[in-house]
Design a protein around this ligand. Structure first.
Ligand SMILES: C[S@@+](CC[C@H](N)C(=O)[O-])C[C@H]1O[C@@H](n2cnc3c(N)ncnc32)[C@H](O)[C@@H]1O
Length: 279
């Protein structure tokens, strides 16, 4: 409420009461898969399924044509705009929704995460999709490698943007947890900066509604790193949804945006993302 005002906070709370939508990302042919799955093609390119139900029995699952991914969670990789053959580091990668997007777009991806069990899920997901990435089990704050063309940092966060999917978040995460996460995010950003080559892109994102984990985190980073500048996001990059871009040109999706008259087909997760360029 403090961050967004009474009206927006009420709209977010209202949306949190509805069953969340089920979105998928496809490797290719979004129009064709929308038809085959009787879905709704969103302006950002994700497909929203009209029915929830057994995912694994749906057309295209066994052949690895698509994976489940919230429509807002699919945006950071679009902002990174990977080109075929580019070397890209995906820091905090598991379970791999964004790794799959990067690999499907032809990038040479290195997926780093400190959790072995979560990386096993990432490996299984990539196998089903017929995609590949180099996988590194390591604390990303301690990891070193030759700098990359682009780095994606999907940092661990309080996850307050996903309360509709994970209502327990509201009860299990305290302000104290958030402060520890803010400190970890700052250390991960230092690592991400080191791993970005001059002229390269760095996309930082969190599924949090807290400005401390988004806007304020990046304001502090840019003050301390004069060799990084923001490359503002344009509405055309996210299907014309200008309401999800803030005054700095960063992405700020909120759970009540992306309206549909059917509540279960309405909204998306709350995400923050910024795109920086290393000079
Ligand atoms: C928001 S989730 C990542 C979701 C993933 N990018 C996706 O799109 O499927 C955050 C991840 O950060 C990992 N993590 C937390 N601290 C880390 C660290 N210091 N180094 C590497 N990974 C870390 C967690 O294990 C978790 O998998």
């Amino acid at each position: 409420m403090e961050s967004y005002g009474e009206e927006t906070a009420a709209a977010i709370a209202e949306r949190h009461r509805d069953e969340p939508p089920l979105d998928i990302s496809v490797k290719s042919d979004p129009e064709g898969w929308t038809e085959k799955l009787d879905g709704l093609l969103l302006p950002t390119g994700s497909i929203r399924l009209r029915e929830r139900g057994g995912i694994t029995g749906l057309p295209g699952f066994d052949e690895g044509a698509w994976w489940v991914q919230d429509a807002a969670a699919a945006l950071p990789v679009r902002l990174l705009a990977p080109k075929p053959g580019e070397r890209i580091a995906d820091l905090c990668a598991a379970p791999g929704g964004k790794t799959a997007q990067l690999a499907a777009m032809g990038a040479a991806v290195t997926a780093v995460d400190r959790s072995g069990p979560r990386l096993r899920r990432l490996r299984a997901n990539l196998e089903r999709l017929g995609l590949s990435a180099e996988i590194v089990t390591k604390d990303a704050t301690l990891w070193d490698a030759e700098p990359f063309d682009a780095v994606l940092l999907d940092a661990p966060c309080s996850a307050t943007g996903t309360i509709r999917r994970h209502p327990d978040v509201a009860w299990t995460k305290s302000p104290d947890d958030r402060d520890k996460l803010v400190a970890l995010q700052a250390r991960l950003l230092e690592a991400a900066a080191r791993l970005t080559k001059p002229g390269g892109r760095l996309v930082y994102c969190t599924c949090s509604l807290e400005p401390q984990e988004g806007e304020a985190q990046i304001e502090a980073f840019l003050k301390a790193h004069v060799d990084f500048v923001r490359k503002p996001i344009e509405a055309a990059e996210i299907g014309g949804l200008g309401e999800a871009i803030d005054h700095n040109g960063d992405l700020r999706t909120l759970p009540h945006q992306l309206h549909n008259d059917t509540p279960r087909l309405s909204g998306w997760s709350g995400f923050y993302a910024t795109r920086l360029i290393r000079l």
